[in-house]
Design a protein around this ligand. Structure first.
Ligand code: ARG
Length: 604
């Protein structure tokens, strides 16, 4: 893209001449604009990444605190890797919330549900941004749609927000430990659109949430049965997402009716339809992964999960009912996954990052490395050593997979910018304010994937962050190191986190190339003046003046600009600390245009 823009914009003009000889050349405004646009995007990515990195540790602290302060029953510090599929009662709704759901005239996305009406309904967030619904089927397991993870299968990026209580109690946000998409999920056809998500900590039985019941047999209730859908999805096709949970009652449709309505796109072996052929009542974008439950009559009625919201042709359109993944036919797969022995699975990144590797491999491979030792035919000690090595290797890969790397992959060398640097800790207290809201959240690929016109980007809301409490680390193992980690991260990322969202724009004011300074690689020394918010930096760099060399040189200028802003923020903080406002490399608002006499703040 940048290359294309460049090709269109060349040849350059505006050489600055002395005695008739061009000595300096200013890059034209169109190039500066392209640089600014890319710089702004890089800044946004850097802020999102920084925010997420900090929030992830803050969330771990909340969980550790929750465990240590004895809120709920005592819970193990590590994930409970096995729990029965249906611990205790399932599918029970609070009496006050039953009968609320009824059909409405036109409620694509549903009518408002009372708080706590669907205690198994959860929300899946990618980098803090809600993308899909999900259904709690056991203390540690959420069932959802596999398409929610298309292109984003890194469990470290996902969290699950549990249902809020009937009195509107604060919903709890739990990190995801593992994502298990159905192995036969087909992203083209949405065949087998189902995924299990394992929570990092099981939900507490004293909370407001309850698991739904899974079907006992492989069949659904007969066509015409009135079932319920719920979620935060769009209120109408291409409309905004709901602020609160919405619900609707929709009848199950027979396979024949459904096939007639949707044609060959319907794969009845893994899909079922529900809704009205007249249209008007349906799930919609953002409801994916949420529940389609039917009430099982009896002395104590139970809600049983028969469908997981998957796709539709638009939302609520006449003749186009909603399509749900048939949960009943996946019962064996679900049981198998939820009851699997932990050592039969490769350790997740979250498990490996929480693991403190011992200096020496232990005599017998213990969790999380036992997986790598299980097929090893050699003597136990040798196998344990091997498993330890494999664990370490994968742990390193996990570190690389963390969000900072993913988002900033687009910026060559940007990791370096975000690396810890001494002295930044001092900036940490400035971060005590609530997290910034971010412009332009990432679009979720799943939303663009199906070709039906209802596709839309997810809403731009971010979950509320609670201010961190400092609690005695005594008696809460691991808390102190987590708090230290948080302080370090806040300091490391302060330079970008401090910039209010509305000022998060990079402005390249001027790039002046010295025509007499051509290097062996065909680049020219240049002075660059750029602004971020009210701050300006001036730095030296190298720029190409031919299309190819220029395309090569611009990303580096972007990285240098980011670095310059980071150093400027550091210097300013340092300056403030020393009681002086003057800081190296930092200009003021309304900086005059560069002139050849101005020497660069730093050499190229
Ligand atoms: N695929 C959508 C999502 O990702 C769900 C669409 C449901 N559409 C429907 N008409 N029932 O949220």
């Amino acid at each position: 893209m940048l290359l294309l823009v460049l090709l269109l914009l060349l040849p350059l003009s505006d050489p600055w001449a002395v005695h008739g000889h061009p000595l300096y050349m200013r890059l034209p405004p169109s190039i500066l604009q392209a640089l600014s646009a890319h710089g702004t995007r890089a800044l946004q990515a850097a802020q999102r990444s920084a925010q997420w990195t900090v929030n992830r540790v803050a969330m771990e602290i909340r969980h550790r605190l929750h465990e240590c302060t004895g809120a709920g029953r005592p819970r193990p510090p590590a994930p409970l890797l096995q729990d029965p599929a249906e611990p205790g009662p399932c599918g029970e709704r609070r009496p006050s919330s039953v009968n609320v759901t009824r059909a409405h005239g036109r409620i694509v996305g549903g009518s408002a549900a009372p708080p706590g009406a669907w205690p198994w309904l959860v929300r899946l967030q990618l980098g803090g941004q809600p993308l899909c619904g999900g259904v709690l089927v056991a203390a540690s397991w959420v069932l959802t749609a596999a398409h929610c993870f298309a292109g984003a299968q890194n469990e470290l990026l996902w969290t699950v927000t549990l249902a809020e209580g009937p009195q509107g109690e604060q919903a709890e946000e739990v990190p995801v430990n593992r994502i298990l998409p159905h192995p036969k999920f087909d992203p083209r056809t949405f065949h087998n659109d189902l995924a299990l998500v394992q929570l990092w900590t099981p939900v507490s039985p004293v909370g407001a949430w309850r698991p739904v019941c899974l079907p006992r047999g492989p069949r659904e209730p007969p066509a015409g049965t009135a079932c319920a859908i719920a979620g935060w999805g769009a209120l109408f096709e291409d409309g905004p997402e709901a602020e609160a949970v919405r619900e609707a009652r929709v009848p199950l449709l027979s396979t024949d009716t459904c096939k007639r309505a949707l044609g060959p796109e319907l794969h009845p072996s893994s899909m079922l339809c529900a809704g009205y052929l007249a249209g008007g009542v349906d799930s919609c974008q953002g409801d994916s992964g949420g529940p389609l439950t039917c009430s099982e009559p009896g002395p104590r009625p139970r809600e049983v999960l028969y469908g997981v919201t998957s796709w539709g042709d638009g939302c609520g359109e006449p003749g186009k009912p909603g399509v749900y993944t048939r949960v009943a036919v996946f019962k064996d797969w679900l049981q198998e996954q939820m009851n699997a022995n932990p050592s039969s699975r490769e350790p997740s990144c979250r498990e490996l990052l929480a693991w403190e590797p011992p200096g020496e491999p232990p005599a017998n491979a213990a969790p999380p490395c036992a997986f790598y030792a299980r097929l090893c035919p050699g003597p136990a000690a040798a196998c344990a050593r091997l498993a330890h090595q494999q664990c370490l290797q994968r742990r390193r890969r996990c570190e690389l997979r963390s969000l900072a790397h993913t988002l900033l992959g687009l910026l060559r060398g940007a990791q370096e910018l975000l690396g810890p640097s001494p002295g930044m800790r001092r900036l940490a207290p400035t971060l005590a304010r609530p997290a910034l809201s971010l412009p332009e959240p990432p679009r979720h690929p799943a939303r663009e994937q199906r070709l039906h016109p209802g596709s839309r980007a997810a809403g731009a809301r971010f979950s509320k962050r609670r201010p961190e409490q400092r609690v005695e680390a005594n008696g809460c193992p691991g808390l102190e190191s987590l708090q230290q980690k948080l302080t370090t991260l806040q300091g490391t990322h302060a330079w970008i986190l401090q910039v209010p969202a509305e000022h998060l724009a990079m402005d390249f004011h001027e790039v002046l190339a010295d025509l007499g300074s051509k290097t062996l690689t065909g680049l020219f020394r240049a002075w660059v003046r750029a602004g971020l918010g009210g701050q300006h930096v001036v730095f030296g760099g190298l720029v190409g003046l031919e299309p190819a060399t220029m395309a090569r040189s611009l990303p580096r200028l972007l990285v240098q600009a980011l670095q310059a802003f980071r150093l400027a923020a550091l210097a300013e903080a340092e300056g403030a600390r020393m009681g002086s406002r003057q800081s190296q490399g930092l200009g003021r608002k309304g900086h005059p245009p560069l002139s050849p006499q101005i020497s660069p703040a730093r050499g190229p």
